[in-house]
Write a protein that binds this ligand. Structure first.
Ligand SMILES: *Cc1c(COP(=O)(O)O)cnc(C)c1O
Length: 431
C-alpha cells in the first residue's frame, strides 16, 4: 500500500488506521471524509522535532489552516506544539471557537478587509502577515485604536519559480501576493513598516508554491531572503528576527511520485540558512514554516459508493460515484492525480480500466481518468487516497449536493467530527 496506515483485512476490505472502510461507510454513509488523526500527529511531530533540532531557537511549524479547517483539527495542532496560520475571519473564528489561543495565530491574506483586520486585532491574533502597504495603514490605525503594538511579518516575493503548477506558484515577481524584492518595492515596504506606529516588524514572510518535491527551491528561497535581509540591514539598519518560509513540501499522491523526507528537507534548509548567516555575519533568525498539505493530505481518505457503471463501447468505462467535484474539485481545477481503490475488494486484481466520474452535470466532474481498479459491483465502496488537504476545505454545494460528513480516527476509534449537511442546512439561509 502507498501509505503505511492502510491495509486489507480478512474480509478483503481496505482498512484505514485499523478500521474497516466498508464498515465506516455503512456506519456514517457516503461520501465520507476519513482523517487518520494519529498519522496527522506523526507529521506534526516530524516538523516540530526537525525544526527544533536543526534550526535556530524558537523555530516552529504553523499549520496552514486553509488546507483543512474545522474545529476538530485545532486541538491536534495545538497539542502537537504547532501554531497556525489563518486567512480569513472565518478561519480565525473557527480556531478560536475550538479554543486555539489567538496569540498563536498568524493572519494571512492579500486582501483582508478592514473589518477582518479590526476583528483580528480585537481577538488578539498574535501576528499579522502584512501583504501590502495599504494593509499596513489600516492595521496601524486599528492597533492604535486598541492601544496595542501589533507584531507583524512582511510578505515579500523572492522571484522564484519552483516549477510547480502555475495555479499554486506564488513566489514569482508578478503575483498578487506580497511585495516583490526585485523591483525595489520590498525595501520601501520595510522602510515604511518600521516607521509605522502601532506595528512592530519581526521579520519577513515568503511562500514560493506548493507540492514541491526537492529542497533546492527552498534553499534558493532562503538565499534570496537572506540577501534581502542583508540589504535591509545595510540600508535601514533593521535586523529581521524571523523568516517565515511558507508551506509547500510535497506529498506523493500516486506510486510514481517520488517519496518525500520532510526532516531531510528541513535539514537542507537549515544548513543553507546557518552557512548563509555565518558568511553574511547575520544573526540567525528563527524560522517558521507553514505546512498544510504535507501535514494532512495523506492522512485523509474519501469513501464513495459506486453507483452506475457505464461502458461506452469502443471508448471507455465510467464508474460513477455519489460525490465528485463537490467534495474534491482538485481534478477539475488542476488535473491532480489520485490513487483509487475498490475498498470492498481490496485483494482482487486491479484490472478494470475506468474513469471515476462524479455526480454533477459537468463533464469535468471527474476524480481520476483511465485508472485500473478491481471491477466494482454497484454499491462497492470506492476509496480515494490522500484527500486530506484541499478537499473538505474546497467543497461546495454545486448542484445542491450536500457536503459529506468527516470522521476522525484515533487509537483505533472513529468519531464524527463534522456531521453530514442536510437539506435543512441548505435551505436555512434562504428567505
Ligand atoms: C497555501 C499556503 C500554505 C500551505 O501550502 P502547502 O503546500 O499546503 O504546504 C502555506 N502558506 C501560505 C501563505 C499559503 O498560501
Amino acid at each position: 500500500m502507498l501509505y503505511s496506515n492502510l491495509s486489507v483485512n480478512s474480509l478483503g476490505h481496505l482498512t484505514i488506521a485499523g478500521i474497516d472502510a466498508v464498515e465506516l461507510a455503512a456506519s456514517y454513509g457516503t461520501p465520507l471524509y476519513v482523517l487518520d488523526e494519529d498519522r496527522m500527529r506523526s507529521k506534526c511531530r516530524t516538523y516540530v522535532e526537525a525544526m527544533r533540532s536543526y534550526l535556530p531557537e524558537g523555530s516552529k511549524p504553523l499549520f496552514a489552516s486553509k488546507t483543512l479547517c474545522f474545529k476538530g483539527i485545532y486541538p491536534v495542532v495545538e497539542s502537537e506544539g504547532m501554531d497556525a496560520d489563518v486567512v480569513s475571519a472565518g478561519e480565525v473564528a473557527t480556531a478560536i471557537a475550538a479554543g486555539f489561543p489567538a496569540e498563536r495565530l498568524y493572519f494571512h491574506g492579500s486582501n483582508k478587509t478592514d473589518a477582518e483586520i479590526a476583528y483580528g486585532v480585537e481577538q488578539g491574533v498574535g501576528h499579522f502577515v502584512v501583504d501590502n502597504v495599504d494593509e499596513l495603514e489600516t492595521l496601524s490605525r486599528e492597533a492604535l485604536a486598541h492601544g496595542i503594538t501589533q507584531k507583524v511579518l512582511l510578505r515579500v516575493t523572492v522571484g522564484l519559480d519552483p516549477h510547480t503548477l502555475a495555479a499554486i506558484n506564488t513566489g514569482r515577481v508578478d503575483s498578487q501576493f506580497g511585495v516583490p524584492i526585485e523591483t525595489g518595492q520590498a525595501l520601501r515596504f520595510v522602510r515604511q513598516a518600521i516607521n509605522t506606529e502601532g506595528v512592530e516588524v519581526e521579520g519577513f514572510h515568503s511562500h514560493i508554491g506548493s507540492q514541491i518535491f526537492e529542497p533546492d527551491s527552498f534553499c534558493d528561497q532562503v538565499d534570496r531572503l537572506l540577501a534581502f535581509a542583508c540589504e535591509v540591514r545595510d540600508e535601514l539598519g533593521f535586523i529581521a528576527r524571523t523568516f517565515n518560509l511558507g508551506g509547500g513540501i510535497a506529498v506523493p499522491y500516486v506510486e510514481s511520485d517520488p517519496k518525500v523526507d520532510i526532516a531531510a528537507n528541513i535539514a537542507a534548509i537549515a544548513q543553507h540558512l546557518n552557512e548563509g548567516c555565518t558568511q553574511a555575519n547575520y544573526p540567525a533568525p528563527r524560522v517558521l514554516m507553514e505546512p498544510g498539505r504535507s501535514i494532512v493530505a495523506d492522512s485523509g481518505v474519501t469513501l464513495y459508493s459506486a453507483g452506475r457503471i457505464k461502458t461506452i463501447e469502443g471508448y471507455r468505462s465510467y464508474v460513477m460515484v455519489d460525490g465528485g467535484m463537490t467534495d474534491n474539485p482538485r481534478y477539475a481545477l488542476y488535473k491532480s492525480a489520485y490513487t483509487v481503490l475498490n475498498a470492498s475488494q481490496a485483494n482482487a486484481p486491479a484490472d478494470f480500466e475506468c474513469t471515476i466520474a462524479g455526480r454533477c452535470c459537468e463533464s469535468g466532474d471527474r476524480i481520476a481518468e483511465n485508472i485500473s481498479i478491481a471491477k466494482p459491483e454497484h454499491g462497492d465502496i470506492i476509496a480515494v487516497l490522500a484527500t486530506g488537504a484541499y478537499n473538505f476545505a474546497m467543497s461546495s454545494n454545486y448542484n445542491r449536493v450536500m457536503r459529506p460528513a468527516l470522521v476522525m480516527i484515533s487509537d483505533g476509534e472513529a468519531r464524527l467530527a463534522v456531521r453530514r449537511q442536510t437539506i435543512e442546512d441548505l435551505l436555512a439561509l434562504e428567505a
